[in-house]
Design a protein around this ligand. Sequence first.
Ligand SMILES: C[S@@+](CC[C@H](N)C(=O)[O-])C[C@H]1O[C@@H](n2cnc3c(N)ncnc32)[C@H](O)[C@@H]1O
Length: 256
Amino acid sequence: MNKQDLINKIILKKEFSQLPKKDVELAFEHFNKEGYVDEEKIKFTRNLLRKVFSAFTSQKILSLKDKSPEWILKKHLSTRERLNFYEEIYKRIFNGLSKKLSIIDLGSGINGFSYRYFKEIKYDMDYVGVESMGQLVNLTNNYFKKEKINGKAIHLSLFELEKIKKSIKKTEKPRIIFLFKTIDSLEMLERDYSKKLILEIAPLAERIVISFATESMITRKKFKVKRNWIINFLKENFEILDDFELGGERYIVFNK
Ligand SMILES: C[S@@+](CC[C@H](N)C(=O)[O-])C[C@H]1O[C@@H](n2cnc3c(N)ncnc32)[C@H](O)[C@@H]1O
């Protein structure tokens, strides 16, 4: 089979059917090599795509509508962990910024469902989520529409750097960019891409916040993963404003 036929076959699985072409191709290239037969190319690409995109999402999210934001937030591994801490986290990362901000949430998953916590702490936010899983984009946009929330989710790969920058520039200043629990996903598809992305988008924002899990989202065991590569990179290139751990997640707040 040629490359396009193989890719078409890979995305026959519903969970991958709405992924941007760019992401699927990047995953495919890891296995589009000698030594892999077609069946393996398909199987291994799907395994990788699952790790990067769909492993955090309960299948229930993808099919049910009209559930409360809390119900939805509990059905995604990343947001479930954060549910009890949202107010505290948002207060802390916005500290010192104006009460009206644009948030650009990169690899947003269903984090848009936490919008009401901005209101609870009296911030007036313009929210833009960027996400590859089309199903999560639709879910978020339906919720925003129903609740008349000042926000939208965009269906775009974070590997489409120029389009990402364009989308950020369209938002009003001052801006804060989130990269919550997304760096590992980017690195799985292209090593060191997170650094490139951060360097390119940092000049566009007042502040950036990255986070990563310090415990396994499934077993709650502390990870042994060394994060020094990214921490050292941030220290060398940016001013670190805050660095804290809450609910099994470490947040690093920085700017130019
Ligand atoms: C672990 S989840 C975190 C979700 C959200 N940031 C949070 O912390 O609640 C990672 C998310 O990033 C998305 N993602 C991964 N790689 C991406 C890419 N290249 N472009 C856009 N979204 C991506 C995945 O689909 C998934 O929703």
